[in-house]
Design a protein around this ligand. Structure first.
Ligand SMILES: [Zn+2]
Length: 857
């Protein structure tokens, strides 16, 4: 493939060198204005090498107004594309710059930008260079003092990192506020906010008795929908003290909700900035899933105060050091709040949906990547979710007590510094982990495949389990990884004969002996999903049906039923016709029978695998065949279990305001039962769905009914969409659901609908949430995105190019679905690669989009 335009040279982990200059202290004065903000910076710089080199300050789209070195005004130097290079005479200096920036013209949403009339910042990973000239790298730790000045009426609230200092009035209708952060931090954790915001306030008393003022800042109309985020924050603060011994360290903790945001949320020191969808919730506007996501994201960002902020990353290759660890911590928190088994099912499903395909695609990279061109392309499921799985495995190996001591050692040993994955592994090794072995997980990409076979010695009443591992990258076999195993052996009658959860596969092949095996054993592998691996071969269907009924590990029971469904779908596709669903129907019937004991678990167990998960198991993906096979299975389940499903549908009654785990489980199960009953667009289910939609007293029920209706050809569908739109047009994060649910419809006219929605007055490609809801909602629609003419791909490619002119990070995320072209059968694979090539030929592409496109072709 010939490159049309040159990409910048990648940065490499092996080239790391400490910074030439450090900035131990800095003060900033912002003259805030949406059109033109002046940033006055005063940096105390200190040489960090024996010989003195030029001081290089990163900068992007900054207008340099003035420069002084050690108090002496300098002629304005030429500013290069990447920043400012200054010759400094001694080993210390004070560098003062004044720059002008344009927040309201900043559509990239990196640096200081305007959102809904307010001003806010996003600096991770490399946004601070769009605010001021500075060594923008995480291993430069600085103590910041900040003074904000702005018009009092336009920006009555002025927030910064750290603790509040002086505030007061200035002349000319302006005012100021000072903020001081006593903890040295990298500039990616810098934040300021200015705007018309109201606070929901509360307080938290830490373990050592300090009172912390808590505030969640939102638009005045949203105050009533901020209570759940506040409750979640207080739960997270208490949990981190109890489970990890981590106490909060400032006098205040502020969260600000903004509508235009590239990420979920950002852990800036003492001033978290959140995508509003992860703050605002009440039963009328948020689903149970939204409530749970808010708790998880609030906790995640709060936990970063230690895992990320107090101990930060030396360089961006170490991103998983803070993200994998913190995701694991928020998963533990969520498991403690809800049902651990259901949480585990959700995490694994997400891993399989997002990380496994990434590991098997063109952008595959190790949890710690070795090179990158644009770091924002590496905020991935691999770094976050596989990174969390690695911590989970290590914690499991050490056991709770030693893992806690290892974490204590890591925090104590690296507090106030920028650390590496090696530092974390060394802390784990201090408690006995074979860290050199586990380090391999950080440097190898790809999902390992385990091949497991059992040899039964009937005469001796024992069995040998043989497990072999293989992980290939570009056809080359990689080094064996340490893989924890949790296995059980069952008899055909459902009796568990043996179970072990303390085995560790360390070689390419290991064997393990089990005694007391008096009948031919059926193997249940990777119980609890203790390792992020594939296992082969899949057990026979009768063995899966037995495990689905008798496994006592709930994850394994769930997974057996999922695998049984996968087998039925694969066999149906191979035969070209629906066949043999009787065992699936029987297994679903038996799972449904236990719905009253644990509705949340039963809901997950009977949920059909997503079409993309079915595709991931195919050699080459055939989207229409998958859709047809899955629809046939839905019809079989509906035909075989209509009475049971209707009984569950009618019996699952809750009060919409009841947010207990049981009520959430009942609502989830009711929605999934409705989805199965809607198979074939059955008229009785359509009218039940419309009834449920109309009578719903909470968003979970309303959305479940609307999703079910969205695929229907019945007139109730349009009626429900109209009602929903009118009711929620003033709630941006709710209206995203209205866009997404139509984009995900399996109706034949969905592409036309999506094209119309892109012209809707309330569609705005500058808003990342809205763009994602429509474009990624549609790209995830396996039945309609992959049409035989490639019209869906053409539409997505046009969105990529349009978005790239506005916000390259947002645009690069839209390329992902096209980048998987190699996995698809003709004609789809070829049509996709044509679109990728066309994007690659477009002039003026950002490096964000170019990196993804060029890696994919
Ligand atoms: Zn994070």
């Amino acid at each position: 493939m010939q490159r049309k335009s040159k990409l910048p040279e990648p940065r490499r982990l092996q080239d790391y060198a400490p910074p030439d200059w450090l900035v131990p202290a800095a003060s900033f004065r912002f003259e805030l204005d949406a059109v033109r903000t002046l940033v006055h910076a005063r940096l105390e710089v200190v040489c960090n090498r024996d010989d003195i080199r030029a001081l290089v300050l990163d900068g992007e789209e900054l207008e340099l107004v003035s420069l002084r070195i050690d108090g002496v005004a300098q002629p304005l130097p030429n500013v290069g594309a990447d920043g400012l290079t200054l010759a400094i005479a001694g080993r210390h200096a004070v560098v003062e710059t004044v720059v002008a920036i344009r927040p309201s013209a900043n559509t990239q949403l990196m640096g200081l930008y305007a959102s809904g009339g307010n001003l806010c910042t996003q600096c991770e990973a490399e946004g601070f260079r769009r605010i001021s000239f500075f060594p923008d790298r995480p291993d430069v730790l600085t103590r910041y003092a900040v003074r904000l000045e702005a018009d009092l009426r336009a920006f009555p609230v002025l927030l910064g990192n750290g603790n509040p200092g002086d505030a007061g009035l200035l002349g000319g209708g302006r005012h100021f506020a000072e903020w001081d952060d006593p903890f040295p931090k990298p500039c990616y954790l810098f934040a300021v906010v200015a705007g018309q915001l109201e606070a929901l306030r509360d307080s938290f008393v830490t373990a050592s008795g300090r009172v912390v003022g808590l505030a969640i800042w939102v638009a005045a109309a949203d105050i009533d929908r901020s209570g759940h985020a506040m409750l979640s924050l207080k739960q997270a603060m208490a949990w981190d003290e109890r489970v990890y011994g981590r106490e909060y360290d400032l006098d205040v903790f502020n969260i600000v909700a903004v509508n235009d945001f590239n990420f979920g949320a950002m852990e800036n020191k003492g001033l978290n900035i959140f995508n509003a969808r992860y703050v605002l919730a009440d039963a009328d506007t948020a689903t149970d899933h939204d409530f749970d996501s808010i708790a998880a994201v609030v906790a995640h960002e709060y936990f970063h105060n230690w895992s990320g902020n107090r101990v930060t990353c030396r360089d961006w290759f170490q991103l998983a050091l803070k993200e994998g660890f913190t995701v694991y911590r928020d998963q533990q928190f969520s498991a403690d709040l809800g049902s651990p088994a259901v949480r585990r099912i959700e995490s694994v499903r997400s891993l399989r949906l997002h990380q496994f395909p990434e590991d098997n695609g063109p952008m595959a990279h190790p949890v710690r990547p070795e090179s990158y061109i644009e770091i924002s392309n590496f905020y991935t499921a691999t770094v976050y979710n596989k990174g969390a799985e690695l911590i989970r495995m290590m914690a499991g190996q050490l056991g709770a007590e030693r893992y806690r001591r290892a974490c204590d050692g890591y925090f104590a040993g690296h507090d106030g510094t920028a650390a590496t994955v090696e530092d974390f592994l060394a802390a784990m090794a201090a408690e006995g982990l074979d860290a050199a072995l586990f380090a391999r997980w950080y440097s190898q990409s790809g999902t390992p495949t385990l091949t497991a076979t059992v040899e039964h010695f009937a005469g001796d009443g024992c069995a040998l389990l043989h497990v072999a591992q293989a992980s290939r990258r570009h056809g080359t076999l990689q080094e064996p990884l340490p893989i924890p195993l949790s296995v059980a052996l069952f008899a055909a009658d459902g009796r568990r004969m043996a179970a072990r959860d303390d085995l560790l596969l360390t070689d390419a092949e290991n064997s393990f002996l089990f005694e007391g095996i008096d009948a031919p054993p059926i193997l249940s592998m990777n119980r609890g999903f203790v390792a992020p691996v594939h296992v082969q071969p899949a057990p026979a269907r009768d063995a899966l049906a037995m495990l689905a009924a008798h496994e006592d590990d709930r994850f394994a029971r769930y997974d057996a039923l999922q695998q049984l469904m996968h087998s039925a779908l694969a066999e149906g596709m191979a035969a070209g016709t629906a066949l043999g669903h009787a065992d699936v129907v029987a297994a679903v019937r038996s799972a449904l029978a236990g719905w009253q004991d644990d509705p949340a678990f039963v809901a997950e167990a009977v949920l059909l695998p997503a079409e993309s998960l079915v595709g991931d198991r195919q050699h080459k993906v055939d989207p229409p065949a998958i859709h047809a096979a899955r629809e046939a299975l839905r019809l079989s389940i509906r035909a075989g279990l209509a009475d049971e499903l209707w009984a569950v549908f009618h019996a699952c009654r809750t009060h919409g305001g009841d947010l207990s785990a049981r009520a959430k489980g009942l609502r989830r199960l009711k929605g999934i039962a409705l989805g199965l009953l809607m198979a074939g667009d059955a008229a009785d289910a359509t009218s039940a769905a419309f009834g449920m939609f109309s009578a719903a007293d909470c968003m979970t029920d309303r959305m479940a009914a609307l999703s079910a209706l969205s695929h229907s050809a019945a007139p109730e569908r349009d009626a429900a969409l109209r009602v929903f739109f009118e009711r929620y047009r003033g709630f941006p994060e709710v209206l995203d659901k209205w866009f997404a649910v139509q984009a995900a419809s399996t109706r034949g006219d969905t592409l036309e609908t999506v094209q119309m929605l892109a012209d809707h007055p309330l569609f705005d490609a500058r808003n990342p949430n809205r763009l994602r809801a429509l474009a990624l909602g549609f790209a995830g629609n396996q039945a309609r995105f992959h049409d035989r003419k490639g019209a869906g791909y053409a539409w997505l490619a046009a969105q990529v190019l349009a978005a790239d002119r506005i916000n390259p990070q947002s645009a690069a995320r839209l390329v992902g679905p096209l980048a998987r072209w190699r996995r698809l059968m003709p004609p789809w694979g070829g049509l996709m690669s044509d679109r990728l090539l066309a994007i690659g030929r477009s002039p003026g592409l950002s490096k964000d989009v170019r990196e993804v496109v060029e890696s994919s072709i």
